[in-house]
Design a protein around this ligand. Structure first.
Ligand SMILES: Nc1ccn([C@@H]2O[C@H](COP(=O)(O)OP(=O)(O)OP(=O)(O)O)[C@@H](O)[C@H]2O)c(=O)n1
Ligand SMILES: C[C@](O)(CO)[C@H](O)COP(=O)(O)O
Length: 234
């Protein structure tokens, strides 16, 4: 049933990390964060091909990483765009023509459980579109610009959305085209597909699937690597 491509987006600036080195290359254990993520997808049998999207200036650097760590499923190291959404679009265009399903994943989420990636892909194969997510643990408020609380949404309907996000490739490409037409910029891929009226299903993941974003995520990431990730995913 159709080829599966993974688009790993790592073309951001990592400005919230405030580090001299871009966060995707920061060392986690014995290798860069991005390499952990690439190895995760390299080792998933269901994934036929990986397109890696990186800053234009880093294409050769990332080709070297791919070679050094023998990430043989990477078919293309693609220069990214201004917004995450642009990087995803460029990554989708670089997939082989016979690709039917795509997993879009953040290069800085190295700890996704393999069973959750496969669960998300299988759900997308049934429904067309599926994303990993976890129920929020906090009470979330809607707050206006003067820091006044406007409302308290029912927590039972709130989920924190993660990646991978899995789609029939043609569906995500159509959603991308519509977003360009409408000048819509979303912070994730599902938000583009939702606008087409297509249902996107949520697959429950776990709280270890963090996106490494700010400096306080780094010691937490080292802890997950040492105490959780090794035994769950390798
Ligand atoms: N133009 C962009 C922006 C983001 N990303 C990627 O999307 C993922 C999630 O984005 P985020 O964590 O927000 O990364 P950055 O945009 O790099 O971080 P910041 O917003 O702090 O600058 C990251 O792997 C990032 O490299 C991308 O490929 N292209
Ligand atoms: C796609 C994503 O990782 C889902 O949680 C997230 O939306 C990326 O957003 P960011 O604003 O780039 O952190």
């Amino acid at each position: 049933m159709g080829k599966v491509g993974a688009v790993i987006v790592a073309a951001g600036k990592g400005s919230r990390m405030r580090s001299a080195e871009s966060k995707q290359y920061l060392q986690l254990g014995d290798k860069p964060i991005l390499v952990h993520t690439l190895q995760l997808f390299q080792n998933i049998t269901e994934v036929d091909e990986i397109v890696l999207v990186v800053p234009a200036a880093d294409v050769q650097r990332c080709k070297d990483l791919v070679n050094i760590y023998s990430i043989t499923k990477v078919s293309r190291v693609q220069a990214g765009g201004v917004e995450r959404q642009d990087s995803v679009r460029l990554g989708l265009a670089a997939l082989q023509e016979d690709t039917e399903w795509v997993l879009v994943h953040d290069g800085v989420r190295p700890f996704t459980a393999v069973e959750h990636i496969i669960g998300c892909l299988n759900q997308a194969k049934e429904a067309g579109a599926a994303v990993l997510a976890v129920p929020v643990k906090d009470t979330i408020k809607v707050v206006d610009q003067s820091k006044c609380i406007q409302s308290t949404p029912d927590r039972r309907s709130l989920w924190a959305i993660q990646t991978p996000q899995a789609f029939r490739l043609a569906l995500l490409q159509k959603a991308q085209e519509l977003a360009i037409q409408d000048g819509f910029i979303g912070t994730d891929d599902a938000s583009l597909v939702e606008r087409t009226g297509t249902n996107v299903l949520v697959v429950e993941g776990d709280y270890y699937n963090i996106k490494i974003t700010t400096p306080e995520d780094l010691p937490w990431a080292e802890w997950i690597l040492k105490h959780v990730r090794g035994e769950r995913n390798s």
